[in-house]
Design a protein around this ligand. Structure first.
Ligand code: NAP
Length: 288
C-alpha cells in the first residue's frame, strides 16, 4: 500500500476505507472486517458516525495488529474546548480499547476549535494521537489556527470530487505541507456521477469503472482517498486504482467538470454565512 508522509514523518496510507452512513453495530463491524480482508489498511471513522467502537471491534476480531492499520477518528463539536477534547479522547480510547488513534481530526471549524486544538496537541504529546489534523477547514481558518498554536494541522479532510475540485485550496494546503484527504469522492452518488459522459469515455478507454477513474484522478493530485462501500466487489474495485495513469488531456477534461460549489448544503466550507445550518451542526449531540 502506497503511503504519503505527514509533516511529523508518519506514513499514512493513500487509500483508506470510510465508514460514514454505515449503520452502527454489526453492519459497520462486518464492513470493516470485509475491507481489512480485502487489503485496506486505513479506516476513517468519527464520533459523529457513532461507530468508532464497531471499527475497533472489527480490528480486534481481524487479528491484524493495530500497528499495521491506520485508524482515523474525529472530534465532534459537543467536545470542543481544551479540557473537553482531552476528556473525550480519554473516554473514546477507553471505550474502544484502542491505545491510540493514528490520526485525529477536528470535524468542523466551529465553536471553541482553538481550545479543542490545544487539547489535541496535548493528547498528541502524550502519545494518545500519532498525528492531528482538521476537516472542513478553509485556508483562512487554518492560518488563524496556525498563528495561535504550536503545531500546524498535518491533514485537512475536505469535500473533493469532479464536481467540486477546490483546486486553489488544495494547492494552498499542499504548499503548506498539509496532506489533503478527499471525502465524498463519488458525491455520494448524486449528480449522475457514475454516468457522466466525460468520465464514462475515460473509463472505457482504460477498461476501468467511472469510480476507479475518479479515485485515480484524486490520487494523481496527491490526494488521500477514503471511499465508502457496503459491497465487497466495490471495495475491491476502489482499492485497485494505483496502476491507473491519466494523461494530461484526461486530467484537463475532468477539470472542466468543476461546478465550483459544494454538492452538500450542510458543508460548512460553502455555508459559513448560514446561521440555520450552523445551529443544526452546533446543536447535534453524538454521544451521552
Ligand atoms: N469530514 C467530513 O465532514 C466527511 C463528510 C462525509 C464523508 N466523510 C468520509 O469520507 C468517506 C467517503 O465519503 P462518503 O461515504 O460520504 O461518500 P462517497 O464515497 O462519495 O460515496 C459513497 C457512495 O458511493 C457508492 N459506491 C462506492 N463505491 C462504488 C463503486 N465502485 N461503484 C459505484 N458506487 C460506489 C456507495 O454505495 P454502496 O455502499 O452501496 O456500495 C455509497 O452510496 C466517508 O465514509 C467518511 O469516512 C467525511
Amino acid at each position: 500500500m502506497e503511503t504519503i508522509k505527514l509533516a511529523n514523518g508518519l506514513e499514512m496510507p493513500k487509500i483508506g476505507f470510510g465508514v460514514y452512513r454505515i449503520k452502527p453495530g454489526e453492519d459497520t463491524k462486518q464492513a470493516v472486517l470485509a475491507a481489512l480482508k480485502n487489503g485496506y489498511r486505513a479506516i476513517d471513522t468519527a464520533a459523529a458516525y457513532m461507530n468508532e467502537g464497531d471499527v475497533a471491534s472489527a480490528i480486534k476480531e481481524s487479528g491484524i495488529p493495530h500497528d499495521q492499520i491506520f485508524v482515523t477518528s474525529k472530534l465532534w463539536l459537543q467536545d470542543y474546548g481544551e479540557e473537553a477534547a482531552q476528556k473525550e479522547i480519554d473516554r473514546v480510547l477507553k471505550a474502544t480499547g484502542l491505545e491510540y488513534f493514528d490520526l485525529y481530526l477536528l470535524h468542523q471549524p466551529l465553536a471553541d476549535f482553538h481550545g479543542a486544538w490545544r487539547g489535541l496537541e496535548q493528547a498528541y504529546k502524550d502519545g494518545k494521537l500519532k498525528s492531528i489534523g482538521v476537516a472542513n477547514f478553509t485556508p483562512g481558518v487554518i492560518l488563524d489556527l496556525m498563528m495561535n498554536s504550536e503545531i500546524a494541522p498535518m491533514v485537512d479532510q475536505i469535500e473533493l470530487h469532479p464536481y467540486y475540485q477546490q483546486a486553489d485550496r488544495v494547492k494552498w494546503l499542499q504548499d503548506h505541507n498539509i496532506v489533503v484527504e478527499s471525502w465524498g469522492p463519488f458525491v455520494n452518488g448524486q449528480g449522475n456521477i457514475f454516468t457522466n459522459p466525460v468520465l464514462t469515455k475515460i473509463a472505457e478507454d482504460h477498461s476501468k469503472t467511472v469510480a476507479q477513474i475518479i479515485l485515480a484522478w484524486l490520487l494523481q493530485r496527491n490526494i488521500v482517498i477514503i471511499p465508502k462501500s457496503a459491497h465487497e466487489q466495490r471495495m475491491q474495485q476502489n482499492l485497485a486504482v494505483a496502476d491507473i495513469h491519466l494523461s494530461d488531456a484526461e486530467m484537463k477534461s475532468i477539470a472542466s467538470l468543476d461546478q465550483q460549489h459544494s454538492a452538500f448544503d450542510w458543508n460548512i466550507m460553502d455555508n459559513f454565512d448560514n446561521p440555520a445550518m450552523i445551529k443544526v451542526l452546533n446543536d447535534a449531540k453524538v454521544h451521552d
